[in-house]
Design a protein around this ligand. Structure first.
Ligand SMILES: [Zn+2]
Length: 677
């Protein structure tokens, strides 16, 4: 089932090897080397297990699929140790979806079945049926759908109960089911005796996208781009279209693609010391060396000397001349030297009672592999403002991508949209109308430091580069776990407010940071909403899984209390707009975003405490949407949907960028028609 995904991982390595100079990988992994990671599918039986999984620091992707037995499957990025120590109940998913437990329902009363939505869609792979229904017997009922379609076709498929955080949300198919032809009528039958019929409607069936005139230009992205290239692209667009654009340097510089230099000396756990430079590696830290020597004579004291760039620890000896200094003693001695350019610490939580052996000089290293021309300085995050009238009088649209570093397709979506808008302005009337009526802010990469790390050091980097971990979680082998999840660092529905789906553990994939807005990356996004109050729409571009979502995006686990739901009218507006935008996405290569993955984040995905779309909606009244680009691909040979991963082969990434750029331009069209009510 996941053959494609396994091969995707291999391809990722190939893509990166092509883009980046080969990092210096030691022949044998040592204690200073991070563990490798892999993308695996986990089976999570219930809410309690999901809570344990999040608390364990697991790095979960956005591809989540409810299953027939009430469990969910989620793709996660895990090390072998994490995989060996999965929280109770969580297992690695086997090849096939488990069959529903066929327990006879013993309801004495007939249950009420309601069909919430029954739709068909036609993708490039043919017809599919999606049904959402509910039973008054909730998850106790087993619901089965039968259908009749055009040309006398029929079909039958079982639904699954979707239970999240203990709440029954209704029945649906695990994934849309293939149909031989267009399904027209369905009957949902419950083991509880209930029954309901419905006509099947078309999906997304939104308004057709604006017909773009002959000569409309598109397809401007030719490769995955690291942050420097993304910024060059929008600077070039600004130079070429000065009358239609402004370049905005966002006020909060990032921490920078840089780290303190480190060395792990000795044998962990007991007899090891971590040395960390005070200066960043790029600012002198990488030039420092540390050696442990024995004086060769008996009864010598422990001594630390600094000679230029070399720090020498002369270990204490006993009466026979053997070294006797423990790790804890070496740490104390190093840190006691006034003005020494490093800090020493013990290995993780070990008390350091082991005796240190002499060690030849080892040079400290920040372990950053990007070429020297990749700036190590704090980065300026750039926005390209596009429109004929950029004076606040037009409806503003903010499109921002790559909050999560490894989502390489996402900046291509915003860049492609910017290119299309500007290059077609002079030749295409529909485009000109968009630029007359809207004021567009494009931020291709919110998290450039993390993106550099993803390109040059660690493909699976999700967070930013800033390490808030204490010393016992900061030895070099843990460097791939540091950083803040930018999309959990916002101030509405946050972890500190008691919402679910973010972690206080600095090594977690969803680490919320030491406080709300602690990170420059999140402050920059909010600054735009504050500075330009004409912004009424926002699109937060993520990957992967093929979702289209809006608030609320977080709930409190106890009672599954979500942030306030938008009004019925607002929800209807979100949905109507979504169908139009999904129509535009589908027009590109027949990718249809599933109805069951179109809706409020908490209904269709999970709770994401402290995400940006929620803050934009609840604090600034901005219609805050999220794309998860990279919809599953149908494998006709196996009859299953398969995930695409974060960095698919460029051909696939390019296709995703084309279709979601069309979706983004459709959203700008909705903004162009928007009237304040
Ligand atoms: Zn993401």
């Amino acid at each position: 089932m996941h053959g494609l995904r396994a091969s995707t991982v291999v391809l990722l390595i190939a893509v990166t090897a092509f883009l980046a100079p080969a990092p210096s990988i030691p022949a044998v992994a040592g204690p200073a080397d991070p563990e490798p990671v892999s993308l695996v599918t986990l089976s999570v039986p219930d809410a309690a297990a999901m809570e344990r999984l999040v608390a364990s620091g697991a790095d979960l992707t956005e591809r989540v699929r409810p299953q027939a037995d009430g469990s969910v499957r989620v793709d996660a990025v895990l090390t072998p140790s994490q995989l060996a120590a999965l929280p109770e109940g969580v297992t690695r998913a086997a090849g096939q979806a488990p069959r529903a437990a066929r327990e006879a329902t013993t309801a004495t009363q007939q249950d009420q079945v309601v069909v919430e939505r029954a739709v068909w869609f036609k993708s490039r792979d043919g017809y599919f049926l999606s049904v959402e229904a509910s039973s008054s017997a909730a998850q106790a009922a087993t619901l089965t759908v039968t259908w009749q379609g055009r040309r006398g076709t029929t079909g039958r498929a079982e639904m699954i109960a979707y239970v999240d955080a203990g709440a029954y949300l209704g029945h649906q198919f695990s994934t849309p089911v293939p149909a031989a032809d267009q399904p027209q009528r369905i009957t949902v039958t419950s083991t509880g005796g209930g029954k309901a019929d419905a006509r099947v409607k078309e999906w997304p069936d939104g308004e057709r996208p604006d017909h773009t005139g002959r000569g409309y230009q598109k397809d401007f992205v030719t490769q995955y781009m690291p942050p420097a290239q993304l910024n060059e692209r929008i600077k070039a667009l600004h130079r070429q279209f000065p009358k239609l654009t402004d370049l905005i340097a966002l006020p909060y510089r990032t921490n920078g693609y840089r780290r303190h230099a480190q060395a792990l000396i000795g044998t962990p756990p007991g007899a090891a010391v971590v040395i960390t430079s005070a200066a960043y590696g790029s600012e002198g830290g990488n030039d420092l060396s540390v050696e442990l020597v024995t004086p060769g004579t008996p009864n010598q004291p422990l001594r630390v000397t600094v000679n230029g760039k070399l720090i020498t620890v002369s270990l204490a000896t006993d009466g026979s001349g053997a070294a006797v200094s423990t790790a804890a003693q070496v740490v104390a001695a190093v840190n006691a030297v006034p003005g020494i350019p490093v800090r020493a610490s013990l290995y993780r939580t070990d008390p350091g009672a082991g005796v240190m052996a002499p060690a030849p000089a080892v040079q400290l290293d920040d372990f950053l592999n990007a070429p020297a021309d990749v700036s190590r300085a704090p980065a300026q995050v750039l926005a390209l403002r596009i429109g004929e009238r950029r004076d606040g009088s037009r409806t503003g649209v903010l499109a921002y991508s790559q909050e999560h570093a490894r989502e390489w397709v996402t900046p291509l979506v915003t860049i492609e949209a910017a290119e299309r808008l500007l290059r077609n302005h002079a030749r295409d009337r529909a485009t000109r109308r968009l630029l007359e009526r809207t004021d567009i802010f494009i931020v291709p990469t919110v998290n450039p430091d993390g993106a550099n790390y993803s390109f040059y050091d660690f493909n699976s980097q999700r967070k930013n580069m800033t390490n808030h971990c204490p010393a016992q979680q900061s030895d070099p082998a843990l460097r791939n776990t540091w950083g803040v999840d930018v999309n959990r660092n916002y101030a509405v529905g946050s972890l500190t407010d008691g919402y679910f789906g973010a972690s206080a553990n600095c090594q977690s994939g969803t680490y919320a940071g030491p406080g709300e807005h602690s990170e420059p990356e999140s402050r920059n996004v909010i600054w735009l909403a504050q500075k330009y109050p004409n912004i009424r729409f926002a699109m937060n571009v993520h990957s992967y899984g093929g979702f289209f979502m809006w608030p609320p995006g977080a709930y409190k686990l106890d009672g599954r209390v979500t942030l306030p739901r938008p009004t019925e009218q607002e929800l209807a507006y979100f949905l109507r707009s979504a169908r139009t935008i999904e129509q535009a996405i589908a027009a590109e290569r027949g990718t249809v975003i599933w109805p069951q993955q179109t809706g409020p984040v908490t209904d269709v995905l999970y709770s994401a405490a402290g995400n940006s779309a929620d803050e934009l909606w609840y604090d600034y009244g901005v219609y805050g949407w999220d794309f998860e680009v990279g919809a599953d691909l149908w494998n006709p040979a196996t009859g299953t949907w398969e995930g695409v991963g974060f960095q698919p082969p460029f051909e696939e990434g390019h296709a995703e960028a084309m279709e979601f750029a069309s979706g983004l331009i459709s959203l700008i069209g909705i903004a162009a028609d928007y009237r304040e009510r």
